[in-house]
Design a protein around this ligand. Structure first.
Ligand code: IVH
Length: 680
């Protein structure tokens, strides 16, 4: 570490910064591309922090390709256009082994050869096609495929993807190529997709239909910071234009770009003859569900570039490659009813109740219809036979109508009144959502209370789904503040509720009265206001009344709050019923003014942590103190109430327990990066 920067010349500091950059790049490559790190996360953190410190003291030393610069570019108004030097082609499909053999035979005919052809078989990734342009080893442009000729310039966003090297690794005794273009697939791993959707639903936003859409949506964000927060990954698979470098085959290309530090899929394989490709497909068909990303088939490519050239292309697809798609997990069945469900924020979701059918080993009796626009587009009606499909583990959806009912049922209509409480339904022009206006709608109420009582909000232990259902059904809770009017005898009178559990529930309700403004704001279930926005609002306005009285303009002065969010907050407080309920709630709660900025903004504030295994960077005691100092809690055993399990080296059974209970686990690096940083 540089102890006395003022005594060192800028040249020396520059050399130090460059050395750190080289080291960090190397370790990024080991970690993100090879998945085989050489140093601990804590050691990596030290390097990164040194570089950050150096660059912030001497901004003139900062380079655009520094690992510290992955996020930082200003949001763009609109994406520019990139014309690909070589068109980005698409692939012809084969639907059966028969068609694969025909493809193989066709090539042999064209090449006038009987010998087995050499293929490279690859996973066909279901992501978003992109092109990376490296000029003299530096990433200069990242673009989407677009129409194959022109794509969108998403360089700033692509730079936030950790497995995309900003500079290529120098090869011994070789010059950096003047130009190396590689094409690849940007994907969002399944788990990250599920987490992202949970978050979106919690914030009242529409979930993405599948990981592919989520990846595309994430990459096409105008603000690179949003992209950076999504754990996108890349696999590179195809060459574009090149200058100053040559490869003779697809396999050599894959090996070559791997050496440059680009990430390639480890499952690619050289196959001699079409039968070997079919074997590869059979194996992958069985293993695809174990992959942590979506794949929709196998791509077979003639290995030799000389042969590829001879074969050429036809109608925008190469003759030398083909995609052999997996069989879709589809089934046909009849729509028995279209039912509308009401969610927490009052959004109406149409769901098709189906005649039960087996699909990939599971009985399916419901399928999502997403929204009214989707129903209209597909013209789905009761009595119709429909094709349903399961993409990965996501709930099945209706692909299309395969046979119309006879006689045909009338078109489905969204109800004008809420199916549960009969209140008015509102729908804004141009928006897909239909919303029940009644905050006290029992269906909404159930979801609202569940949300209000959740760990991130008022944290009322014991107020689970069943109990909430009973309380709402018996009209013991009609509005949020009714929770605080519950009496012991009310609870004891419920089915399956012993005296002891009734007391426990009541005790946690009482405990929850002492709370903080951000928790209350999150708990109200205002559309678009999740944990982070609630925290930002609490910090800015300090009291519930101040938030409730703020104008749209004032609200928009808060980080994270744009026009839409501000409008939704205003709409909430402008509804007299909500306003009265909030006033009553304010009377029964003891709402602390916002927590100190340093800890309030820490995602671990108020959360409970369990430590397991040994940490590299600090002792158990130091870690506990760090959590406590930042406003978190430490407990010794894992339960459903635990928010985070920090797993060091050789973690014990607590890690397994966490996985069983669905408690979020943090690696040491994640934990360290989560701790509030002390200013240097
Ligand atoms: S090769 C000319 N390899 O599938 C070669 N494509 O229509 C074209 N894809 O847009 C691409 N995994 O983005 C190739 N291993 C793989 C692939 C792959 C996914 C995508 C690609 C393309 C689409 C084909």
């Amino acid at each position: 570490m540089t102890q006395h920067p003022e005594s060192e010349s800028l040249a020396e500091l520059n050399a130090e910064a460059e050395r750190l950059r080289e080291q960090i790049r190397h370790h990024n490559y080991r970690y993100y591309v090879l998945d085989d790190p050489e140093i601990t996360d804590a050691e990596y953190d030290v390097l990164m922090r040194r570089l950050e410190a150096l660059e912030s003291r001497h901004p003139e030393l900062r380079t655009p390709d520094s690992p510290t610069q992955r996020v930082g570019a200003a949001p763009s108004e609109k994406f520019g256009i990139v014309t690909h030097r070589k068109p980005m082609l698409s692939l012809a499909n084969a639907m059966s082994a028969e068609e694969m053999r025909e493809f193989d035979a066709r090539i042999k005919r064209m090449l006038r050869s009987d010998a087995d052809l050499e293929y490279v078989a690859e996973v066909k990734l279901d992501g978003l096609a992109v092109e990376l342009v490296y000029e003299h080893g530096r990433l200069t442009v990242g673009s989407t495929r677009g129409d194959g000729i022109n794509g969108e310039d998403v360089t700033a966003n692509i730079r936030t993807i950790k497995s995309v090297p900003l500079t290529l690794i120098r090869q011994p005794h070789r010059r950096m190529p003047a130009l190396l273009e590689v094409r690849g697939e940007v994907i969002l791993p399944r788990r990250a997709f599920e987490r992202l959707n949970e978050e979106r639903v919690k914030n009242g936003e529409a979930p993405f239909a599948n990981p592919r859409n989520a990846a595309a949506g994430s990459l096409r964000q105008l603000d690179p910071k949003v992209t950076a927060a999504r754990p996108l990954e890349i696999f590179c698979h195809t060459p574009g234009a090149m200058e100053g470098i040559e490869f003779t085959s697809q396999w050599e290309f894959l090996e070559g770009i791997k050496a440059f530090g680009l990430r390639v899929n480890p499952r690619s394989k050289v196959c001699h003859g079409v039968d070997a490709v079919l074997d590869y497909w059979n194996r992958l068909t069985e293993e695809r569900h174990a992959l942590d990303y979506e794949a929709d088939g196998v791509v077979a490519k003639i290995n030799s570039f000389a042969l590829q050239e001879r074969l050429g292309e036809v109608s925008r697809s190469p003759r030398w490659a083909i995609a052999y798609k997996f069989k879709a997990q589809q089934a046909e069945t009849v729509v028995e009813e279209i039912v509308v469900y009401v969610g927490r924020i009052g959004s109406l979701t149409p769901v098709a109740h189906l005649r039960p059918v087996q699909l990939a080993g599971v009985t399916i009796s419901n399928a999502s219809l997403h929204n009214l626009d989707e129903i209209r587009r597909k013209d789905v009606r009761v009595g119709d036979t429909v094709l349903i499909e399961r993409a990965g583990d996501v709930i099945p959806y209706v692909v299309r109508v395969t046979k119309k009912g006879h006689p045909r049922a009338p078109e489905f209509q969204m109800p004008a009144r809420c199916p549960v409480c009969n209140s008015r339904i509102v729908h804004e022009e141009g928006e897909a959502a239909y919303l029940c206006v009644n905050v006290n709608c029992p269906a909404r109420m159930r979801e609202s209370i569940r949300h209000f009582a959740s760990k991130q909000a008022l944290d009322i232990d014991g107020l689970g789904d069943k109990l909430v259902g009973q309380l709402v059904e018996r009209e013991m809770i009609r509005e949020l503040d009714d929770i605080y009017k519950l009496k012991l005898q009310d609870l004891e009178a419920l089915e399956r509720m012993g005296a002891k559990s009734a007391q426990n529930v009541l005790a946690s309700i009482q405990r929850s009265r002492k709370t903080t403004l951000d928790r209350v704001l999150n708990g109200l279930g205002i559309r678009h206001v999740g944990e982070a926005t609630a925290r930002a609002l609490a910090q800015r306005f300090k009291t519930l009344d101040a938030v409730a009285d703020a104008s749209e303009d004032e609200l928009q002065s808060v980080r994270d709050v744009g026009h839409e969010v501000a409008r939704s907050i205003r709409e909430f407080f402008d509804e007299p019923r909500n306003r009265k309920m909030v006033a009553r709630l304010a009377k029964v709660l003891d709402i602390a003014p916002v927590e100190e900025a340093a800890t309030a903004s820490w995602p671990g504030a108020g959360k409970s942590f369990v430590l397991t295994g040994t940490l590299d960077a600090m002792s158990r005691e130091e870690a506990e103190n760090a959590i406590l100092a930042a406003g978190g809690r430490v407990t010794s055993s894992v339960s459903r109430k635990t928010d985070f399990v920090v797993a060091g080296a050789d973690p014990g059974s607590k890690l397994r327990k966490a996985a069983e209970l669905g408690v979020r686990t943090l690696s040491e690096a994640e934990f360290l990066s989560m701790l509030p940083r002390r200013s240097t």
